[in-house]
Design a protein around this ligand. Structure first.
Ligand code: 4NP
Length: 142
């Protein structure tokens, strides 16, 4: 799960996907990272931690990190939140097979950045949750 800062959207995506994966008894390795390094080593934004907690998901132990080239080998699927993330991650892809792993979490839509608007954390949670549910359904039936 990849966004810009790895403190708002992708930590929610990691927490939600981990929660759904546990619910389905799946042994998936799930992680998140950012394309920007401003918050490396920090925990998630408090607003994301709070909205996740309201939905019964604890993301407080996550630690922000940068996306790295080896993630292309480590993971089968790389989900990004918006088109900026998509362009940044595709620019790092070492080959075509790696580039094929990269998709928008919502398929053709973007998850908007809630960083500058407190009121957007709940709707962003709901968007990401729906995206994760759709992905799980698709991957477990394929
Ligand atoms: P995120 O939100 O990409 O969803 O984690 C942001 C967090 C921090 C910044 C930008 C976006 N920032 O510029 O510090």
């Amino acid at each position: 799960m990849v966004c810009l800062g790895n403190i708002c959207r992708s930590p929610l995506a990691e927490g939600i996907m981990q929660h759904l994966s546990d619910e389905h008894g799946l042994d998936w390795k799930i992680d998140s990272a950012g394309t920007g390094d401003w918050h490396v080593g920090e925990g998630p934004d408090r607003r994301s931690t709070r909205v996740a907690k309201n939905h019964g998901i604890d993301i407080s132990k996550q630690v922000c990190r940068l996306f790295k080239k080896s993630d292309f080998e480590e993971f089968d699927h790389i989900y990004v939140m918006d088109r900026y993330n998509l362009a940044d991650i595709l620019a790092m892809a070492p080959h075509e097979e790696a580039a094929r792993k990269v998709k928008l979490l919502l398929g053709v839509h973007e998850v908007p950045d809630p960083y500058y608007d407190d009121s957007q954390f709940e709707p962003v949670f709901e968007l990401i949750e729906q995206g994760c549910k759709d992905i799980i359904k698709k991957l477990i039936t394929s």
